[in-house]
Ligand binder design. Sequence first.
Ligand code: KE4
Length: 426
Amino acid sequence: MLYQRSSALFAEAQKYIPGGVNSPVRAFKAVGGDPIFVKKAKGAYLYDEDGNKLIDYIASWGPLILGHAHEPVINAVIEKAKQGTSFGMPTEIETQLAQLAVSMVPNIDKIRFVNSGTEACMSAVRLARGYTGKDKIIKFAGCYHGHSDSFLIQAGSGAVTFGSPNSPGVTQGTAKDTLLATYNDIESVRALVAANKGEIATVIIEPVAGNMGCIVPSDDFIKGLRELCTQEGILLLFDEVMTGFRLGKGGAQEALGIDADIVCFGKVIGGGLPVGAFAAKNEIMSHLAPEGPVYQAGTLSGNPLAMAAGLAMLTELNSKPEVFESLAKKTAYLHEGLDAVLKGKDVPYRINRFGSMISVHFTEEGVVDFASSAKGNNETFKKYFHGMLEHGVYLPPSAFESYFLNDDLSYADIDETVNALKKVNL
Ligand code: KE4
């Protein structure tokens, strides 16, 4: 594989953009080498600036669940753009997407659109604090909820690869209100609740984690969390930016059978354009401006083009729910294939999977939280990442990420992926 043009473009980008990228995880810092610059994408394939065709397992970090440049989404955006791009005034299509999302997701009455998952989670925490009148939040080491100050405390995803659990610029004043628990460890949550009785507004969690690699909550943990929040009057906030409209129409609430009090969305809900959202029952959402006192706003919130992409995406997912089963089966098939090849290689490994989220960890022990995920051998991971890339397979450039399958991936693509691994020396 040749990457000269990507490397040249990266050198140029670094003259004008910090680190040459607009989001750190794209910079390949965790795996080394220069990032790949993509020229275009269609279906399950990326076409980079050097003419290489790559099988894509990132799907833009989740949004493109039906594949790149999905016709109905593209056509919806083109048609909408002809009528103008942004008005700063309410439009009917915002209500159409809101109505559809509310009909698909259990346990919510209203939804507010914003422009990113970060904005959704940041705003949802402010709403939780405003509704409860309490200041503190609990998050879990390794979970990532975007780059809002309150969340950059032992965050996952790109923040981990920089070894900067607390990002500079986050004040102690902010950090003191963020309490840190251990994923899959309900006792760690109980201890924090006991030590901060009556002071905790919300527990925010990735209900199926994707920012430590993919980590599935144990039944006892997630049910215990729901029970604890209910008995203590703490709002349970599901950050479903990754899992929403990916694990099923009803996301993780439906897949796990757990009702959250507030739910955040991103990625799939925007169909590849910038959309985040947060939602809850009327009792909570009625506290949000302009109906209530909790302020939140955005010039491009509910942008018509983004709404058009999201509406096309969710309309198709709602009318063809069999796609979720199709994706889960393809992910299981990938799991079986990778497992069969890795068994024959002299490296310890674990594969975690839930629905169409999956990750490979080069470690002996089970990966159930941030600490066990961080024990993965990153040198082995780098060989794995670059080896697969050399053979035309594009995986997340960090061990602290989940793969996101898209339904344009064929079983032949998955066979090609598994065959590529056979040629990689770990
Ligand atoms: P954005 O602000 O990046 O749209 O969403 C933040 C966010 C919130 N919650 C969860 C569970 C998330 O996974 C994310 C963002 N995910 C990362 C991938 N791990 C986005 C990729 C990036 O940072 O460039």
